[in-house]
Each structure stands twice: as C-alpha cells, then as structure tokens.
Design a protein around this ligand. Sequence first.
Ligand code: GCO
Ligand code: MN
Ligand code: MN
Length: 389
Amino acid sequence: MSDRYQPKPEHKFSFGLWTVGSVGRDPFGEPVRERLSPVDLVYLLAEVGAWGVNFHDNDLVPIDATPAERDRIVADFKKALRDTGLVVPMATTNLFSDPVFKDGAFTSNDPRVRAYALQKTMRAIDLGVELGAKIYVFWGGREGVETDAAKNPVEALKRMREALNFLCEYVIDQGYDLKFALEAKPNEPRGDIYLATTGHMLAFIETLDHPEMVGVNPEVAHEHMAGLNFLHAIAQAWEAGKLFHIDLNDQAFGRYDQDFRFGSWNLKSAFFLVKFLEDVGYEGPRHFDAHAYRTEDYEGVKEFARGCMRTYLILKEKAEQWNSDPEIRALLEEINADDGSTDMFKGRYTPEKAAALKMASFDRVALGKRGLAYERLDQLTIEILLGVR
Ligand code: GCO
Ligand code: MN
Ligand code: MN
C-alpha cells in the first residue's frame, strides 16, 4: 500500500462511536457483531488512523447511568483519548432511540417531552464541551410525522425555533466556544421529517435569534435519499458561510438509508464532492457517518473505516490531477472565455445599463449553435477516475 493514502491528523478524518460501533442491527435482523466499549472503539479508530471521534451522549454514557457511573465512563474515555491522541471535534444528542421520543423531541406535542429534550440536550452539550467538542450537531430523526393529522407543521417549526433559540442562549450563558450544525434528512425513521433538506435548514437558520452560531451538517446519503445533488447542497451552504460540518458516506438514490462506505456507490459524485471541499479550502472535520456492511466482523469494520479515508485521499489526488490536466485547463478556458463585449452590462443595476442592454443586439442563432465540449470534459473526468489518464 502506498504511503500517499495514509490518513494523517491534518486530514481531519473523524468517525462517530455509532459508526464503527454499529453492531449491524437492522429492521429485519438482530446484531451480528458484539458491542465494543467506547474505549475499545477509540483504540480501533486510532489503529486505522483516524484523527477524531464523535458521539451522541448515550453512545458514551447510557441513558440510565448514575452520576458516579457517568464520571467513571468519562474518565476512562478521556484516558483513551490521551493515550491515542484522538480528539473530539463534534458531539450530539440522542433524541431518537428512547421511547420517550417516539413522537419527536423538540417538536413533540407533549410539552413535558419537549422540556425533557431540552434538559437532555443541555446536559449533553456540557458533556461534549467537557471532552473538547467545538461543533454540536442536531439531527432531528424523530422530528416528523407518519400522518399530518398528528401535528401542525407550522407549530412544529415554531417549537424547533424556540428550542434552538433556548439552546443558543444556554451556550452563550455558559461561555462555551461551540457552534451548532443542523443536519437535514427527508425521512427514516419518521415517514416524513421536518426541514427535509439542507436548503430547508439554511432558510430556517436565518429565522433564529443567533443565526451566526448556527450552520449545517449536510450528509451525502440524506440528499441522495431526496433525489438531490449533494454537491449543490454543500456549495450553497459554503457560499452562505454555513458549512460547519459534513457527514460523508454513500447511498444509492431511491433506496433505504444505506450509510455505505464513502465513495463506494457513486464515485463521480464523491469525486466532485472531494474536489469541491479541497478546492474551496474547507477546514472542518471530514466526518464519516457510515456503517460497515452487516456481513462484516471487526476486521471488516476496520477495512470499512480505512476504505472511507483512503478513497477520500485517492479522490483528493485525482482532483489535483484534474485541476492541472492541460487539456482540461484548455477546455475550461474555452468554456469560460469572455471577449469583454458585455462588460458594460455587468454588475449592479443602473437605469443607463438597463436602457443600453435593451437596445443591444445579440446573434442569438450563433450563440445557440456553439458546441460546449462538455462531453469531452466529462470523458476526461471519467478517464482520470478510471486511472487511464
Ligand atoms: C442518521 C443520521 C445520524 C446523525 C447522527 C448525528 O441517518 O441516522 O445521519 O447518524 O448524523 O445522529 O447527529
Ligand atoms: Mn444518515
Ligand atoms: Mn448523519
């Protein structure tokens, strides 16, 4: 194996405890792997070369742990972090597993459940910050419905806003250095989940009391489940200054929530995604929110984790190759050529520009006849990906 694709801390590759710790349970079958402790998982991640480990509160501390148990678990986990050098870049709350959240957490119709969800989240924020997290993810897996008879969707949005505003104030009040990243998903486990896409989240964030503290955590699989172009989602988030975190995995369109190894399904989408993150200089964690196939033992889980990072680094190299390929560069130059003939119409509106533009003449037929060479450009991309160029 070439050293070029060895993960290093500067690549900021992270995994959730729930990803490599997945025991392979699905709606049709029982676990296929024994459960490893959080400490074992930290060592496993260190062995494969990861930089960071993320967790839901209850991945680390069971929901019914006593304060003494909590303190012991946290102490053991901190020791494993010290021994391995792994960091905790992100933390989050499990607001979906326990039956209390069967109808949502922040959007539940029951005000006692909403209050409990806030309490649980404040405690989980304290835990995340104690372990060094700088990003706090909100994934509202149960914030939705099977039937719209059950909840008023406008009321649901108001409840979500109230909860996030409350929690932003909590973070400010504690003096924590912590940002929030909202993660959209269209469905699963609920029939429909509110704020279904990254685009929905971006619009919602602007309605919060502290929009500067809140960004997004887009996930490849979630946008693909909705049939959307993931690159376009993260590009919009990036342009808005809101790409605080990212969940990398893979997913066939139109299927159940697959959480495949990064790059294992749609190589071309994965390529343009890596190219984008590297080209713009995204500096956040590259978090893999994926699972090994249910067929695997823990050797297979390690292969899965290594594969996520290795594929990322290979695609990063391919992106460099794409950017410096002379034929691609020449094509891009031609595609983006500007003869300066429309310079006087560019920029902000003025009445003079509008009047001049209305009088200008364009050779519409010639413009429509121009071939754009995107076929060649795409074939060159494919040949780079296939390794023949
Ligand atoms: C999913 C989600 C989760 C979240 C996680 C962190 O589809 O189950 O992607 O894995 O990312 O809860 O918030
Ligand atoms: Mn997911
Ligand atoms: Mn996710």
